[in-house]
Write a protein that binds this ligand. Structure first.
Ligand code: MOS
Length: 743
């Protein structure tokens, strides 16, 4: 039985587009009930120490202020003694707001002021007086790097660096061409447009209906029920729309805890939303210091790869991400040593941010490759092709598919790479130095167990559901396409539901695995419905399908047809009448095929960037980017392209603008607002071209799609940094490349 509406692969516009642009789509802080009250979080202004005294009397005197929760009057919860870890927790002891008087980072939530109105809560929060006992803190990664250690391997999916292979240090020492450089990346914050918020609707029976900003409604549900010792039936999490997240919504955040606590204590419905400044108080992309040493023969053949990274973590959890492993799999090399450590700072635990780890490690590796090409007198693209890895040497496994070579060729062609003049400072337009740089990108193509339910009613309308989320990536749309295609329906006949903890099980939306995981479940559930329909259809009186075999029919336009004679058909309605059913309901759990384990499954990219650097002012403009992506089958080229465009824009930010600066004296992020935390604006973004190369993969999942949420950002910062070198002859090894570093 084949589907042939050919919706997959089509640039279908977002099914939720209208709701989003008209404001019909509502976000966590936009749900209202009569009697809703508001909580405002008070944040610590010191990085380390103790609360000596909290004086909330002035706030409490205001009419309409209902309560000020602090560590002194918060409810007793078993959680404060026995820690519960969420689905994205690293190993360690998750931060518990209001647990005690200890301050472990600047910005830590230390009180919640609850009032009848939002404005009153905000004002009252400013009246809470806190006396601290200040202890000394350490927030400087450079100063702490000597104390870095190999972290515990506590997080699912984290792969520690592979064991060394060959003799990297010896091979490096003997290599004809050597590069040994240190790269540095800055702290970045996610800053989605929608700040974190939770609206808790308190039921008469004490049950909780919670609108939460999250990438995983069932993760939030498990968290709330565990932390507050409630049954899952008493906790219903909803998150129909998410205004961006990029990893910031993977872990339940403290506003959720605060809002639930207040609702249960006051027996009222409560909303807690964070201010933009408070969006800088939980989780960030960690700063890293990385050494990359590459040794090569004179012709560019890699003989040694050494990549050592130190990332930051908090005092209470070991945040770990895959930073260095990529250096052992992106290029063919028999002598490799990879090393990853973390150093504890008095900051909050870092948090996954779009392509966590890869963005950082590949930045350093790909800049070092550019340095190597320059020193060896080779074209940077030719160097990559020369050392192309046909197998994953880290694991000694083949790739399930790898069309990176096509990315290099097609990207270079589109960009015009062949016209590059190799010498730095050799291309210019008047006072603008022109630079062309390139880099490779890589990310995992993962699948997680997921479920979906499909319900087809006799009027030909299909509803499919799963507890996944749509963080802006296009989940609603692509799932609708998969379902419609599988049952031969039109887009408008299918409704996809998500963002509801009561729906069939789905993992957090992360890791670029949603299409592969939830999409496979949607396909399976719809295929089960299809089987029933076919059985019924064969029995319809005078059915042209009576003797048809499953592989001889297609589902199109609400009919089951003979593929060879499409006029011979039974409508879905006729089939269901025959079966005596008004609706058909099927649920499927899709799990990864064990054969996947024999392969390394990755997405790849080749990124080409052009910059223009003003010779007098040192200002850098990224004038052109071509991103060529190998991401398996592209189910929707429109939403897929949008993913890559957004990721390239963020890559521009990472390369040139984004940095959360710490005042080391105060141990505090200083530019915690969108005026001083710079992100690319329209004027910073010029031409971006996205290419998807053909890539056929029957291993990764039944859809052959690899996921595109993250690959688009990997390699962008390196391509831009390499272009800046080509333009100026100056190698800046510290991100972001601001003009003070360039002049
Ligand atoms: Mo992504 S950082 O797994 O949301």
């Amino acid at each position: 039985m084949k589907a042939s509406t050919r919706l997959l692969g089509q640039p279908v516009s977002r099914v939720d587009g209208r709701a989003k642009v008209t404001g019909e789509a509502r976000y966590a802080a936009e749900f209202h009930v009569p009697g809703l009250i508001y909580g405002q979080v008070v944040s610590s202004t010191i990085a380390r120490g103790r609360i000596k005294k909290i004086d909330a009397s002035e706030a409490l005197q205001l009419q309409g202020v209902l309560q000020v929760f602090t560590h002194e009057n918060r409810p007793r919860l078993a959680w404060f003694d026995r820690s519960y870890r969420d689905d994205d927790s690293p190993s360690g002891s998750p931060f518990r707001p209001l647990a005690d008087d200890k301050i472990v980072y600047s910005g830590q939530p230390i009180a919640l002021v609850v009032a009848e109105t939002f404005e009153l809560a905000r004002h009252a929060a400013s009246l809470v007086r806190i006396e601290y006992e200040v202890h000394s803190h350490e927030t400087d990664l450079r100063a702490r790097r000597d104390k870095a250690y190999v972290p515990a391997q506590g997080k699912d999916g984290f792969e520690p660096p592979p064991k060394p292979r060959g003799h990297a240090d010896k091979a490096f020492a003997k290599a004809a061409v050597q590069i040994d450089a240190e790269y540095e990346s800055a702290v970045e914050h996610h800053n989605p447009m929608e700040p974190h918020a939770s609206t808790v609707i308190y039921g008469d029976d004490g049950s909780l209906t919670i609108y939460d900003k999250t990438q995983g409604v069932q993760n939030s549900q498990k968290y709330v029920s565990n932390v507050f010792n409630l049954s899952k039936d008493e906790v219903h999490i909803l998150s129909p729309f998410v205004g961006g997240a990029f990893g910031s919504g993977l872990r339940p955040q403290y506003q959720l805890f605060m809002a639930v606590m207040a609702a249960r204590e006051l027996k009222r419905s409560v909303r807690v939303s964070l201010t933009r400044q408070q969006m800088f108080t939980f989780g960030h992309r960690p700063a890293t210091l990385q050494r990359v040493a590459l040794g090569a023969a004179q012709d560019g053949t890699l003989e040694a790869v050494i990549h050592e990274a130190v990332g930051e973590t908090s005092r209470f959890e070991d945040y770990i991400e895959v930073v260095v492993n990529w250096a052992g799999m992106l290029y063919q090399c028999d002598n490799v040593r990879l090393d990853y450590k973390v150093a504890q700072l008095d900051c909050y635990t870092p948090l996954d941010m779009r392509a966590p780890g890869a963005v950082l490690g590949v930045y350093a590796l790909e800049c070092a490759m550019d340095e190597l090409a320059h020193r060896a007198g080779l074209d940077p693209l030719a160097l990559r092709l020369k050392n192309y890895a046909e197998r994953d040497q880290n694991k000694d496994k083949p790739f399930s598919s790898k069309e990176l070579r096509a990315c290099y060729h097609q990207g270079a062609e589109r960009f015009g790479w062949a016209r590059r003049s190799p010498a730095p400072r050799s291309m210019r337009e008047g006072k603008q130095l022109v630079g062309w740089g390139m880099a490779t990108g890589i990310w995992d193509a993962m699948q997680q167990p997921s479920s979906a339910k499909a319900v087809l009613s006799i009027d030909g309308k299909l509803t499919v559901s799963s507890a996944t989320s749509d963080i802006g990536t296009g989940t609603y749309t692509v799932m609708t396409q998969i379902a419609a295609e599988t049952l031969g329906l039109r887009i408008q006949d299918v409704t996809f539901k998500l963002g509801d903890s009561s729906l069939p099980m789905a993992p957090m939306e992360g890791g670029s695995w949603t299409v592969a995981s939830v999409g496979s479940a949607v396909k399976e559930a719809c295929e089960k419905v299809r089987e029933h329909l076919f059985k019924f259809a064969r029995k319809v009186e005078g059915s042209p399908l009576a003797k048809a075999r499953p592989e001889e029919v297609v589902f199109t336009e609400g009919c089951i047809r003979l593929a060879a004679e499409p006029d011979k058909a039974v409508t879905l309605t006729q089939a269901m009448r025959q079966g005596g059913v008004l609706s058909l309901e099927e649920e499927a759990l899709a799990v990864p095929d064990p054969k996947q384990l024999q392969y390394t499954r990755s997405t790849h990219s080749a990124v080409f960037a052009e910059v223009k650097v003003d010779e007098d002012f040192g200002t850098v403009r990224v004038t052109r980017v071509v991103s060529a992506i190998a991401g398996g089958r592209i189910l929707n080229p429109k939403t897929a392209r949008s993913q890559i465009l957004g990721a390239v824009v963020w890559g521009i930010g990472m390369a040139l603008e984004e940095e959360t600066a710490i005042d080391q004296t105060l141990g505090r992020f200083m530019n915690h607002n969108l005026a001083e935390y710079h992100v690319p604006v329209h004027a910073d973004v010029r031409g971006i071209e996205v290419l998807f190369v053909d890539e056929d993969d029957s291993i990764v999942n039944p859809l052959g799609a690899k996921g595109l949420g993250e690959i688009g950002i990997v390699g962008v910062a390196a391509a831009i940094a390499n272009a800046v070198f080509h333009a100026t002859g100056k190698r800046v090894r510290s991100l972001p490349i601001t003009l003070d570093k360039l002049l």
